[in-house]
Each structure stands twice: as structure tokens, then as C-alpha cells.
Design a protein around this ligand. Structure first.
Ligand code: 13P
Ligand code: SF4
Length: 307
């Protein structure tokens, strides 16, 4: 009978033989992060996608992440490990809807959270991720910003940059947005010595109660560096799990049992094995036109983040 370790060994062998690079978002399961070549938040994965040498990139994450890799490395074969893994926020707004909104705000710079489809990115000006949003928007010359689709991350950026006139629409991540201030009170009562670290996709009244708000990678870095030993984690519960593996002397408590992204949970180690055997997943195919137009706003994010 195969053990998890046997499957992992087989994946490691096949990915070498078949020149595959495995990228995994930090929300993926522990046993997938263990065999990935690179793990991180959406920003880190986007930057990595530009410099991968392998012929094939296997993305363990959701569809917009695999599309981002394809946009940045069009000459590579990019496989999404689990074709059904979408992002509920990315699916909330499409190109036709935003084209209409743009006609109402022609002098606004359209800033798209990377959690959007490749097609929608083709009509946006600049992309952001949760870790780069404040810095990138700060460096945009225009003060008028239309921020899509996440109203919660948008509010976080707006509060950080009061000098900007930021228009928001009503998209959100239904998983993060479901967490309430009452749940924060309950978690604080249960763990009075813990620091609360949240993702800015949480509601503003939840983020306002936190000791720190940042991307998945920022939350992990903060918790690892901190002298404190207890943390309430306000993002997908996998992050509390991963932190517990990495820092066994500290304690991590999920802020809410609702914080489960079923799309991020879809990919299994066996899916990854099948993809390495050339038998699973979905190859991401985008037209040259979509790639060149969508690439502009991702490149612009990387440029503005380094200004
Ligand atoms: P990060 O930018 O922190 O990777 O977040 C992506 C995401 O989908 C969070 O729900
Ligand atoms: Fe999308 Fe929310 Fe899942 Fe992140 S947690 S991938 S924003 S649905």
C-alpha cells in the first residue's frame, strides 16, 4: 500500500524527469507544500512565475493563479492541478460589467485585485495583490482609483491612503467576509493573550479589531517573527495549520470555523501525482491577445511595487 511519503517520492521523481515546476499557494495542504518547488502568497507566486526555467508549471491553487502564470510565462505549458478550483470572488465580476462601469468613470485608473479572470484583466490598468495593494496604489500617479472587485481590501487600501479618491464596487470573498465582530469577541475571550492577525479580505470592522492585517505570507512572517506565543488567525484555516507545523512552540487558533475555502481544498496529492504523469489537471489556454493585454496590468503592478 502506498503511503503519503511514497506518493511524494513518486511526484519528486516525475517532476524532475518531466521538467515540471510545482507552485503552490500557501492555502494548499501541508503534504502539497512539502513537494512544491515554491510556495507563497499570490504576489510571490506571480513574481516567481516570471523566472521559472522549467518547460511545465503545475499550479496548485485556483484558476486565476494558473492564468497569472500563463500570462507571465506564455511559452510554458501551465497546468491547473484541479480544473474545478475557481475563486468565488474572481467569478463575481466580468469584463462586460466593468466595461459599463468604466464608461461612468472615464478618468479613473482601474485597479484589479489579482483575484480576477484573465479576461477582466485585459481592460484594467493595474493589478494588485493583498500584499502589494497599498504600495502599488500609493505609487499610481492618478489619485482617482476604481478598485475592483473586493470592497473589503479596497476599504483597507482607502483607509491607508486617505489622499486617494477610491471608488469601490461590492465584490468580496464570501469566506472572509462571513466573519463577524462577534466572532472576534468570542475568540478574544477564549484566547485573551493571543494576537489577532487577519487578511484584509475580512470586513473592515473585523480588520479594525486586529493587531495586524496582511496577506497570507505577511501573516505567516509576522507570527514567526513575533515574541508572542499565541495567535488567532483570521484567514483560511490552513494558515493556522501550517504555522503550527512551523512553530511548534507557539499556539495558533483559527478565528472562525467558517474560514474554509473549498476551492483551495480541492487539490489532493493524488491530483498532483496524476498531473506529473500527464494524466490530470487542465492546461491553461489563453489567446495571444488576452495574454498581451492582461500582462500589461500585472507588469505594471510589479513595476509600481518597486518604485
Ligand atoms: P494572498 O494575496 O494573501 O495570497 O491571498 C489570496 C487569496 O485568495 C486570499 O483569499
Ligand atoms: Fe477566492 Fe476567497 Fe478562496 Fe481566496 S479564500 S481563493 S478570495 S474564494
Amino acid at each position: 500500500m502506498n503511503t503519503i511519503k511514497d506518493i511524494q517520492q513518486e511526484i519528486l521523481k516525475l517532476k524532475k524527469e518531466n521538467d515540471i515546476c510545482i507552485l503552490a499557494h500557501s492555502y494548499e495542504a501541508h503534504e502539497i507544500l512539502e513537494i512544491a518547488d515554491f510556495t507563497g502568497d499570490s504576489y510571490a507566486l506571480s513574481v516567481k512565475a516570471k523566472s521559472v526555467d522549467n518547460k511545465t508549471v503545475l499550479m496548485c491553487g485556483v484558476r486565476f493563479m494558473a492564468e497569472t502564470v500563463k500570462i507571465l510565462s506564455p511559452e510554458k505549458k501551465v497546468i491547473l492541478a484541479t480544473p474545478e478550483a475557481g475563486c468565488e470572488m474572481a467569478d463575481m465580476m466580468d469584463k462586460a460589467m466593468i466595461e459599463k462601469v468604466k464608461t461612468q468613470y472615464p478618468d479613473y485608473t482601474v485597479v484589479a485585485y489579482v483575484n480576477t479572470t484573465a479576461e477582466l484583466k485585459t481592460i484594467c490598468d493595474v493589478c494588485v495583490t493583498s500584499s502589494s495593494a497599498v504600495n502599488v496604489v500609493k505609487n499610481i500617479k492618478n489619485d482617482k482609483i476604481l478598485f475592483i472587485p473586493d470592497t473589503n481590501l479596497g476599504t483597507f487600501v482607502k483607509e491607508s491612503l486617505p489622499e486617494k479618491e477610491i471608488m469601490l464596487l461590492d465584490g468580496c470573498c464570501p469566506i472572509h467576509a462571513a466573519v463577524t465582530p462577534d466572532e472576534v469577541e468570542m475568540a478574544r475571550t477564549a484566547h485573551p493573550d493571543a494576537l489577532l492577525l487577519v487578511h484584509p479580505e475580512c470586513r473592515p470592522d473585523v480588520s479594525a479589531m486586529a493587531d495586524f492585517a496582511g496577506s497570507t505570507a505577511d501573516i505567516m512572517a509576522y507570527a514567526k517573527k513575533s515574541d508572542k506565543t499565541e495567535f488567532i488567525i483570521g484567514t483560511e484555516i490552513s494558515i493556522a495549520e501550517h504555522l503550527q507545523y512551523e512553530c511548534p512552540d507557539k499556539r495558533f487558533y483559527p478565528l472562525s470555523g467558517k474560514l474554509i475555502c473549498k476551492n483551495m481544498r480541492l487539490t489532493t496529492l493524488v491530483d498532483v501525482l496524476d498531473c506529473c504523469r500527464g494524466a490530470g489537471g487542465e492546461e491553461i489556454v489563453l489567446s495571444n491577445d488576452t495574454i498581451s493585454k492582461a500582462k500589461r496590468c500585472i507588469d505594471e503592478m510589479i513595476r509600481l511595487n518597486h518604485e
